[in-house]
Design a protein around this ligand. Structure first.
Ligand code: NAD
Ligand code: UDP
Length: 386
């Protein structure tokens, strides 16, 4: 760790980071990175800590004095401001961020992504503290190209689909399409942070993740989460593969996504943390434009990779179609295509993603198999016995 310098060759001084939502998927990987590769301290705030337990215990770990867990619900805890004051930088990851919740729990979604984030922004602004806030690529909504006729040649023109932080519009569906409650709440908190920067000098960075995936993402229903719960697509498809049931393709699996390996994305966040002069005042897309697939192609690739890592044969019928109404309920809608423009992050931080989709699925599904296969077998044999 000695002699670490930033992108401009200046020595990096240890800082204290108040990380809200540190016990989640992204938080757990960020904590791991900060503990193993940097001298920084983390005040880890969350209501859960299962995903960072390995970093907190035992007290003999070399970084034991650099990470402290605070079990705090930021909705209603007066200790939050004190922690933000103690830190040099606050990173806010806390959110309800699974699509199955957006149309079924729109109030919780809006409160979590907007109202609960307000005090965090306010405390940072009032106390002159830097903020890195996690937004989403979903603030772009649908692409302009989605409104062109299906056979229009313009659909092939990147000007109609590549998503640029400082140029693309935010295009959401009607209010009845409650799917957009999340995107809209995230957009408003982005605008508020931006305005705090412009009017009150808040030092901020906004991150727009484009489908970051990897180990510890979400939960496997019935094993480490509710049996009826619907996580994001990586965990849904992993669950299907582990149980040897067909992968469900919502509305034909035609939507397109770009997936990025969590470890590549965390490198970008570390650069933001350690290069404030280059990151402040910016909104950054963080994704991998080279890893684009339709959801159907993702299902096919995950089936092949899982067969390789588990040694099990693929199912005769690996996928089935399901309507979004059946799968998510009333009010679901979808982003058609998400390709991040990388110009700004490239220019400011010189960052590029590295891992191919096949490689990231191989390491992630190896983890899923090792972590869950036995537990699923036991749970399934119990159900059969009953
Ligand atoms: P996650 O659900 O795994 O993590 C969120 C964490 O926040 C959870 O541990 C949760 O317990 C905690 N939290 C929620 N409400 C809280 C509260 N009131 N008080 C304290 N803790 C609370 O999700 P993630 O994938 O790690 O996402 C982190 C952030 O990144 C979110 O803001 C999300 O909107 C954004 N994001 C992620 C992705 C992605 O690809 N993973 C994509 C777009 C946006
Ligand atoms: N999806 C699917 N089957 C599933 C889960 C999700 O077809 O079992 C689709 C979903 O409709 C969306 C895409 O996969 O088009 C990605 O969903 P995810 O939950 O990961 O979140 P999003 O990228 O939409 O934010």
């Amino acid at each position: 760790m000695a002699g670490r310098v930033d992108l401009d060759g200046n020595p990096i001084n240890p800082i204290t980071i108040c990380m809200i939502g540190a016990g989640g998927f992204i938080g757990s990987h960020l904590c791991e990175k900060l503990m193993s590769e940097t001298p920084h301290k983390v005040l880890a705030v969350d209501v859960y800590n299962d995903k960072i337990k390995h970093l907190l215990e035992p007290a003999t770990l070399t970084w034991a004095d650099r990470i402290q867990f605070h079990r705090i619900n930021i909705k209603n805890d007066s200790r939050l401001e004190g922690l933000i004051k103690m830190a040099d930088l606050t990173i806010n990851l806390a959110a309800i961020c699974t699509p199955a919740d957006y149309n079924t729990r729109p109030l919780d979604t809006i409160y979590s992504n907007f109202i609960d984030a307000l005090p965090v922004v306010k405390y940072c602004s009032e106390n002159g503290k830097r903020l890195i806030h996690f937004s989403t690529c979903e603030v772009y909504g649908k692409t302009i190209g989605a409104f062109l006729p299906k056979d229009s040649p313009l659909r092939q023109d990147p000007a109609y689909y590549v998503l640029k932080e400082d140029a693309s519009p935010c295009i959401f569906g009607s209010i009845e399409k409650q799917r957009w409650s999340y995107a809209c709440a995230k957009q408003l908190i982005e605008r508020l942070i931006y305005a705090e920067g412009a009017e009150n000098g808040l030092e901020f960075t906004i991150v727009r993740p484009f489908n970051w995936i990897g180990p510890r993402m979400d939960f496997i229903p019935g094993i480490d989460g509710p049996s009826e719960g619907v996580p994001r697509v990586l965990a849904c498809f992993s669950n299907n593969l582990l149980r040897r049931e067909p992968l469900k393709l919502v509305d034909g699996g035609e939507s397109q996504r770009t997936f990025i390996y969590i470890k590549d994305a965390i490198e970008a966040v570390l650069l933001m943390i350690e290069n404030p002069a280059r990151a402040n005042g910016h909104i950054f897309n963080v994704g991998n434009p080279n890893n684009e697939v339709t959801v159907r192609q993702l299902a096919e690739m995950m089936t092949q990779v899982y067969s390789k890592v588990s040694g099990e044969s693929s199912l005769e019928t690996p996928t089935i179609d399901v309507s979004s109404k059946e799968f998510y309920g009333e009010g679901y809608d979808d982003s058609d295509k998400r390709i991040p423009d990388m110009t700004i992050i490239n220019k400011q931080l010189g960052w590029n993603p590295k891992t191919s989709l096949w490689d990231l699925l191989e390491s992630t599904l190896t983890y899923q198999h090792r972590t869950y296969a036995e537990a699923i077998k036991q749970a399934m044999s119990k159900t059969t016995a009953n």
